[in-house]
Design a protein around this ligand. Structure first.
Ligand code: 6CS
Length: 342
């Protein structure tokens, strides 16, 4: 055989082998489905798209993302994930509280520090976050992949509020977990649990007189248009969680499990950069977009009056979650102390 025809034959074989490999990859390539609770460009959306970027750059799999409303409310996407219709979901503890009561720990006011770098270090290092919570989620058929902060909570009200007394007779919307209702009762208000889709309309029609959310969301959802008085109380952070259906996750190859874990780590690193300075930028946009907006930052003395009501919420948390909740809270506090002492 001449060397040219030998080469042609070899080239033919490797082309065949390559085609075979590509076919095998195509067979293994999956299209995964991921839903979250927010709109285009919001924090959960950025996280989801970074997760997708990593998955698609490092495998043949593809990821389809569904934003708020495309598949329903937060509770709907969680149900679809538990049923295996969706592979991944981002649901915030604000809504997970009824499924996993311990997730309500984030609503004990003044438990979390206000300083962002300490908060981030806590999410990175905490045993409660990285070891205890995955176990709790696992009992509900969920593989917890990441918990991350979105921004400090700010209250918006129909008039500026600086004391618990001024909250009296004000209906404040809360996400649908019982502990958050306890927090707003303790703050002197009348808590009103509502799914996200009803909040803007309820503020507009004065069915409720306020709500709480991070600034980027108050801006992107236009909440300041119907609830223009922003009050910085310093009482907590909006935290969220991203997870997979556990049967789906357990059925993945070790390579794909690592891919998914690495993609979640990658998205976390990107989100930390994304939220840095986000609140300030959003506040500037809000101020530019409305003359009605007022900004009240509670001073230390005013904060003390709200903080004094935190122990009663902590007590309720333990009543709702028993020994396990008590242990989790102990670990949470220990983890916080460690990052605050650094
Ligand atoms: O208040 C809420 O319900 C929504 N807030 C944020 C920041 N993300 C999603 C959630 O549904």
């Amino acid at each position: 055989m001449s060397s040219t025809s030998k080469f042609k034959k070899l080239a033919g074989i490797s082309a065949l082998a390559l085609a075979g490999l590509t076919a095998a990859n195509a067979v293994n390539a999956a299209n995964w489905r991921y839903a979250h609770e927010e709109y285009e460009g919001d924090v959960q959306d950025v996280f989801a798209y970074k997760f997708k970027e990593y998955i698609e750059d490092n495998s043949d799999h593809t990821l389809q993302i569904y934003r708020f409303g495309e598949l329903g409310e937060s509770d709907d996407i969680m149900e679809q994930t538990q049923a295996g219709i969706l592979n991944f979901v981002n649901q915030s503890p604000g809504f997970t509280g009824s499924l996993i009561p311990e997730a309500q720990i984030f609503f004990i006011p003044y438990l979390m520090p206000t300083d962002m770098s300490t908060v981030i270090e806590f999410f990175r290092e905490s045993e409660a976050i990285n070891e205890d919570f995955p176990e709790l989620y696992s009992e509900k058929g969920l593989e917890l992949l990441k918990m991350y902060p979105e921004g400090e909570m700010v209250v918006t009200v129909d008039e500026p509020v600086t004391t618990p007394e001024e909250f009296s007779n004000k209906k404040i919307r809360v996400m649908t977990n019982p502990l958050l209702s306890e927090t707003y009762s303790a703050f002197g208000a009348t808590p009103t649990p509502l799914p996200w889709g009803e909040v803007y309309g309820a503020l507009q029609t004065n069915m409720i007189q306020g709500q709480e959310n991070p600034i980027f969301w108050i801006e992107s959802g236009g909440l300041y248009e119907v609830s223009p008085n922003l009050v910085f109380t310093g009482h907590g952070w909006f935290t969220t969680a991203m997870m997979a259906n556990q049967d789906f996750y357990n059925g993945l190859s070790d390579t794909d499990k690592k891919l998914v874990q690495d993609a979640a780590d990658y998205a976390f690193e990107k989100i930390i950069v994304h939220i840095d300075g986000l609140a300030d930028k959003a506040l500037e946009k809000i101020k530019a977009g409305s003359d009605e907006v007022t900004v009240t930052r509670l001073n230390d003395e005013q904060i003390e009056a709200f903080k004094a009501r935190s122990p009663q919420v902590e007590k309720k948390f333990i009543e709702m979650t028993g020994e396990r909740g008590k242990e989790l809270l102990g670990q949470f506090k220990e983890d916080l102390k460690e990052v605050q002492n650094d």
